[in-house]
Write a protein that binds this ligand. Structure first.
Ligand code: SAH
Length: 312
């Protein structure tokens, strides 16, 4: 196949889930996409920006399962670039942070396929923004470390806490399931009882925050029912700067109403953005049909939620 007939691949960050945090550039390309290969953590609402003709492919890897191998995804992207002109690879947060973007770029390079990375708001930024604190602070937190809490099985590595011990902020992705082991690791290096905040579903209608200390957080987490939700751990002195009022406001009960928006696509999207801004959850019903990508959303929440129908 000649280079000219190959499409261009955009590796796009969808942000933490709230559609209002998608970049304008990402939205523009999603609207023009011929095909979108998307991850599990991408809010289905964001996929609805695409046109009705766009092929939407779920390549979501379930956490802690070998659901789809990265190599299969790489090959799938290549096949799509052979078939289509505008190929979107859509990932949660920022594709450059624990997004396997380098593996995908290397594959594209080896096939001579044109590509571009469009950054997104990473979960750590989204989480601290919702807590009204920074990731760094002059005089208090001179650095920030982004770490995975889930190393390759073969490499039994410890999280690097050197910056944390120097006052820095440590953001741990994919760490909830292994939190106990991570805390044990940290205790091996220091007796400091660091403050920690865990933010689930940052910036979305179902955001939840748990704060505590290294010594208490596991108990608090066990008492909570957030299993399976994406959550990020933020540790370090900056966590002490969180205002109690901010915490109280993020503690409010999740709004259990599901807003089903009927109407034409553009108006429905605008309405959905506005509802998300108010911390509400919605489902789009263009021309009286839900797109299949919203099924997950629909199935998970139907049982627990009241439904309110809105005309856009
Ligand atoms: N590229 C993504 C991270 C992918 S790794 C980014 O930049 O955010 C997946 C991990 O990201 C999850 O295990 C969780 O720790 C975190 N995460 C993703 N979305 C999140 C959200 N909305 N709220 C909190 N944490 C989230």
């Amino acid at each position: 196949m000649s280079l000219k007939s190959m499409g261009k691949v955009y590796l796009i960050g969808a942000g933490p889930g709230n559609p209002n945090l998608l970049t304008k550039k990402a939205e523009r390309i999603i609207r023009n996409a011929d095909v979108i290969l998307y991850d599990r953590l991408v809010n289905p609402l964001i996929l609805q920006y695409s046109s009705f003709q766009t092929e939407l492919i779920d390549v979501g890897k379930k956490p802690y399962c070998k659901h789809i191998q990265q190599e299969d995804i790489n090959q799938k992207i290549v096949r799509m670039a052979e078939k289509y002109q505008c190929v979107v690879r859509l990932k949660g947060g920022d594709p450059a942070i624990f997004g396997r973007v380098t593996e995908e770029i290397n594959t594209l390079k080896s096939y001579g396929i044109e590509h571009e990375i469009i950054p997104g708001v990473t979960s750590a930024s989204a989480a601290v923004a919702s807590l009204n604190i920074g990731l760094t602070m002059r005089g208090i937190a001179p650095s920030v470390t982004f770490s995975t809490g889930h190393f390759k099985e073969s490499t039994n590595k410890d999280i690097d806490i050197r910056n944390l011990m120097n006052g820095g902020t440590l953001a741990i992705y994919m760490g909830i399931k292994r939190l106990g082991a991570i805390i044990e690791q940290i205790k091996n290096y220091t007796s400091e009882d660091y403050p920690i905040a865990i933010v689930f579903n940052a910036t979305c209608y179902n955001q939840k925050v748990i704060t505590g200390k290294l010594s208490t957080i596991e108990q608090l987490l066990n008492e909570d029912n957030s299993e399976g939700q994406p959550g990020i751990c933020i540790l370090g002195p900056l966590v002490n700067e969180i205002d109690k009022m901010v915490l109280d406001s993020t503690m409010e009960d999740v709004n259990h109403i599901l807003y089903v928006i009927n109407g034409d696509k553009e108006n429905a999207m605008l309405k959905a953005e506005a509802l998300y801004e108010e911390g509400k959850n919605c489902l789009l019903n263009f021309d009286n049909s839900y797109h299949h990508t919203q099924q997950v959303l629909y199935k998970n929440i139907m049982d627990q939620h009241d439904i309110s129908y809105i005309q856009a």
